[in-house]
Design a binder for this molecule. Structure first.
Ligand code: NAD
Length: 421
């Protein structure tokens, strides 16, 4: 592969920033341009459904920012990197502008502003967009989505004590916003289509445990329930069975769609995500992609996958940036996600679709770990407030360690030692 002078990255979320930093750390001395649609200095998304909605430190930001402000500055405690970090690394930021077309043959990227950038390599990290639910958008009850810092600031304004917040979707967004809304003393109802909450991310046992925890906090969970539209005259939300749910705000968190618009319009292969190989190369020459928007051959699951989590966005971008510089090392990562709700840290690693599992710890004390086993190996783990043991479990999963279920079930068994830590 001939050396590159200019590498352009499209998408200024965690994946884009991780790719830019890795290029420099790996010794790339040429020009790096990071193009981002959002105008703010790139920020971290996990606090949007938690800290930004709840913590006092964000109150001033929320109070001072008008929805019409265009010069919103991401507060320092949420930015991924300081402005100085980009300057020191000579990473050029082009923010507040969307990339509109790739001419792969000419190695040119067009921006919506009309500017054209010539690149030697292009890395796409466009992320994903909130799936919309137009059926409930018409009516007088305000409807909120949560994907950006602006969305979070707007949402926080609504979370006043006593307000009736109805969440559509009991996934990660739904349940994190439910917890934040309870902490802000709102009345909370979750309307979830599936028969259990966070079914995409959690095994049934942990999902049921978490549902009970939310109910004990006063959250009403309507599972296996669909909404059809807003009820007339601002009465709230009409459910598919004809009943009406009173609401002051509807928050929709029904999943995301990968942002493949630019890639698709430019002729890159896309199938519910930009299709890449194990090294992150797309179907176009010298164009790579990473993060939420990508469908890739996952070594752990052994199939094509699109992953939506923080750890994946960061680590795939790092791996791909190295490959862009010629490393040719396939990306391989045991999947890992976490979610903070109330005083619970929920963590999931690897696979949990196994017939055999072992629980360690104490459910009544809200501190336990479930290890998922297959063929004598630990292939996954789900933890509640067990961050330390979760780390060891991850090592066991990565090392494909063989351990008997009886041993793991013994509370005296030392997980740290078994993990070689
Ligand atoms: P999700 O896929 O986690 O959950 C969506 C939920 O909506 C599912 O439970 C689904 O059954 C339900 N649903 C779908 N259509 C529905 C409908 N019409 N009515 C009611 N329920 C419906 O997606 P999300 O919660 O919207 O999160 C969006 C993205 O944000 C994801 O990529 C997620 O990984 C990310 N995120 C991650 C974290 C974290 O990792 N802690 C936190 C917040 C957001």
């Amino acid at each position: 592969m001939p050396p590159a002078d200019t590498i352009v990255i499209v998408g200024s979320g965690l994946a884009g920033v991780s790719a830019a930093g890795t290029l420099r750390e790996s010794g790339f001395g040429g020009r790096i341009v990071l193009v981002g649609e959002e105008p703010e200095l790139p920020y971290d998304r996990p606090p949007l459904s938690k800290g930004v909605l709840v913590h006092d430190e964000y109150a001033a930001l929320v109070a001072s920012h008008l929805p019409t402000d265009i010069a919103l500055r991401a507060p320092d405690n949420i930015t991924l990197r300081t402005a100085a970090w980009y300057e020191e690394r000579r990473i050029e930021l082009m923010l507040g502008v969307r990339a509109s077309a790739i001419d792969a043959a000419a190695h040119r990227l067009r921006l919506a502003s009309g500017l054209e950038l010539t690149y030697d390599r292009l890395i796409l990290t466009p992320g994903a967009r909130a799936r919309r639910l137009p059926a409930v958008e018409t009516g007088t009850v305000p409807v909120a989505y949560l994907r950006t810092l602006r969305d979070a600031i707007e949402l926080r304004r609504h979370l006043q004590p006593g307000r009736r917040i109805v969440l559509l979707g009991g996934g990660v967004i739904g349940m994190e916003v439910a917890a934040s809304s309870v902490l802000r003393e709102c009345q909370v109802t979750v309307v979830e289509l599936a028969t259990r909450i966070m079914s995409r991310a959690l095994p049934a046992e942990t999902s049921d445990y978490l549902a009970a925890y939310h109910r004990a906090k006063g959250v009403q969970l309507l599972l296996g329930t669909a909404a059809s539209a807003q009820a007339p005259a601002g009465a709230g939300l009409q459910l598919a069975d004809g009943t009406t749910l009173a609401a002051d705000l509807l928050v929709v968190g029904i999943g995301v769609q990968p942002d493949t618009q630019l890639a698709q319009a430019s002729g890159l292969k896309c199938e519910d995500g930009i299709v890449v190989d194990a090294c992150g190369a797309t179907s176009a020459p010298d164009v790579y992609a990473a993060g939420d928007a990508v469908r890739y051959p996952d070594a752990f699951f052994g199939r094509m996958l699109r992953s939506e989590n923080w750890m994946h966005a960061q680590n795939q971008a790092i791996a791909v940036a190295r490959n862009v510089l010629g490393a040719t090392r396939p990306y391989a990562q045991v999947p890992h996600m976490w979610s903070d709700q109330y005083d619970l840290k929920v963590q999931v690693s690897g696979r949990y679709d196994t017939a055999e599992h072992v629980r360690r710890g104490d459910v009544a004390r809200n501190k336990f770990l479930v290890l998922h086993l297959e063929g004598g190996r630990v292939v996954g783990a789900t933890g509640i407030n067990e961050a330390r043991d979760m780390k060891y479990a991850q090592r066991l999963i990565e090392a494909r360690t063989v351990i008997g279920a009886a041993q793991l079930a013994d509370p005296a068994f030392n997980l740290k030692k078994a993990a070689g830590a």
